[in-house]
Design a binder for this molecule. Structure first.
Ligand code: GLU
Ligand code: ASP
Length: 505
């Protein structure tokens, strides 16, 4: 049986299996779908109540942080979760292989949720839990996605559809979790009860992964593509020490500049890293001898697309920070006798993904060659994200103040428009990344794409601190119009950019 360098078999009639399938796909997809469903259930379930846990008063069972700090922590948390994907990709490539890396990542995530579920841990428990979940998700998330790709023999045209089904799994988990987690935490009158639901979710993910993985995933993701050599040990240790010392120096410098070491210094350090890590990644690829001339040109074209994605994620990810505050503080939550929970709004993003994904898949197939180029799609995606913020100026403008509670439909509309934009960016971006990345770095492209989200949230850690009911109209307006301006710029420059893409649409 012929295999490529990642251990995937080539597509041929002799290899075509007559096994049962999962919606016409390899059954391993069912394992990965379920694992990622439950992992995302735990992640988005936890995040749906986390911001309220941080800024609610101690009397209400919260930590009593101020709102600006709470939103900034949401952002650096999200940023680090996506940044640590770099470690996960490297670890799978060079040490354990994706399959085992996923397992250990899952164990770390579960420990993280358990730490947060224990009562009375306070802020210390929160930070310990964050450390576990950041590292664990970094090990798990990019690798689950990579193994999805590995399920398909080279040349199998079901791959894109496989990713769409997988993306559905992600969003189903993200959709259901906020309801269950907030209901449990409300009923028990304790945030920790909610966090324990997340821990259970992650436990289910691990059980499914272990029990069904052996049978369905078979050899997928078992190989270590580029095993670490003994001779590299010393240079590796030096690199790790170098990185730790580097982070230490960064924090020391920022402490000197700001005058004291506080949570804000750490937040600033993450913002600097959120810019520094992708920059280092690009420089490494651009200057590598393994990158060919055409690939350098494609990489040049990828940079503006990456930056547009950063702006897009800045807005999209505020769904769980500034818009979550808007849901709790500025929205009328009673519909007749029914009382909404502000965490419920977190289900809007994923539900719109679930509804719109098939529609867009259909549109792209229908349009075939007539569909817009990748840069134009990115421009459209960012335009709608910008619009989703611009319309959030109106509740304040129409009521003439930012104290009257407004209809929940404003948020519904805003989420809808933003996710309409996400359809032009998220699935398109992943596939564009694989096409534009240099071959020598193919397996690290997943981490590269997630770094656009990391960088967006790193900027958010600073930007969202300006958000409050007093600044709301200007905040949504400025962010929204800036995004729209960039979108128009990219739309105009798209044909020029395509020249650099060397044949990639
Ligand atoms: N929201 C998706 C997830 O959590 C995708 C995020 C991204 O691509 O940055 O898996
Ligand atoms: N749309 C996000 C993702 O695809 C989910 C969310 O933010 O709730 O997972």
């Amino acid at each position: 049986m012929k295999r490529d360098e990642r251990g995937r078999i080539f597509l041929s009639t002799e290899n075509a299996s007559k096994e049962k399938t999962f919606f016409g796909h390899p059954r391993g997809l069912a394992t990965l779908f379920n694992t990622e469903f439950w992992e995302r259930f735990s992640y988005y379930g936890m995040r749906a109540i986390l911001i309220y846990y941080m800024y609610d008063s101690v009397a209400k069972g919260g930590l009593g942080f101020d709102q600006a700090t709470a939103t900034a922590i949401m952002s650096i948390y999200g940023s680090l979760v996506f940044m640590s994907g770099v470690i996960g990709g490297w670890f799978a490539d060079r040490v354990l292989g994706p399959r085992q890396t996923i397992f250990y990542g899952g164990v770390l995530i579960m420990i993280g949720h358990i730490v947060l579920a224990l009562p009375n841990g306070g802020a210390t428990a929160l930070f310990v839990s964050m450390a576990f979940i950041i590292l664990g998700t970094g090990l798990l998330k990019p690798n689950v996605s990579n193994v999805v790709g590995d399920l398909y023999p080279v040349g199998d045209n079901r791959r894109d559809a496989g990713f769409s089904i997988f993306y559905m799994g992600i969003n189903l988990g993200a959709f259901i979790a906020p309801f269950i987690v907030s209901a449990v935490s409300d009923k028990a009158g304790s945030f920790h009860a909610g966090f324990s639901v997340a821990a259970v979710g992650m436990a289910v993910a691990l059980i499914v992964y272990v029990l069904t993985g052996k049978r369905y995933l078979k050899e997928a993701g078992k190989k270590v593509p580029n095993p670490l050599q003994k001779s590299e040990t010393i240079s590796l240790i030096l690199k790790i020490v170098g990185i730790i010392v580097g982070i230490g120096i960064l924090i020391a410098i920022l402490t000197m500049i700001t005058g004291s070491l506080t949570i804000n210094t750490i937040i600033l350090a993450v913002t600097v890293m959120g810019v520094g890590v992708p920059l280092a990644y690009f420089i490494m690829m651009m200057t590598s001898k393994k990158t060919e001339a055409d690939e350098k040109s494609r990489l040049t074209a990828y940079i503006p697309l990456f930056l547009i994605a950063v702006l897009f994620w800045m807005i999209e990810e505020q769904g769980s920070s500034t818009l979550a505050i808007f849901a709790a503080e500025r929205t009328d939550l009673s519909i007749g006798s029914f009382q909404l929970n502000p965490a419920n709004f977190q289900s809007l993003n994923p539900v719109f993904v679930i509804i719109l994904s098939p529609v867009f898949a259909w549109i792209w197939t229908k349009l075939g060659d007539r569909q817009p180029s990748t840069p134009r799609k990115f421009a459209l995606g960012l335009f709608f994200a910008g619009l989703s913020f611009v319309i959030m100026m109106f509740p304040g403008i129409i009521h003439g103040n930012t104290t009257t509670l407004v209809s929940p439909l404003w948020l519904v509309l805003s989420f809808f428009i933003c996710i309409f934009g996400e359809m032009f960016i998220s699935p398109v971006g992943l596939s564009a990344t694989t096409k534009l990345a240099p071959k020598a770095f193919a397996s690290q492209t997943m981490s590269l794409w997630f770094l656009s989200d990391a960088m967006g949230q790193a900027f958010n850690a600073q930007a969202t601190q300006f958000f409050s009911a007093d600044t709301e109209i200007a905040y949504f307006g400025i962010t929204g119009f800036v995004a729209i301006a960039f979108a128009i710029g990219l739309f105009i420059l798209a044909p020029f950019l395509k020249k650099y893409m060397k044949g990639v649409h």
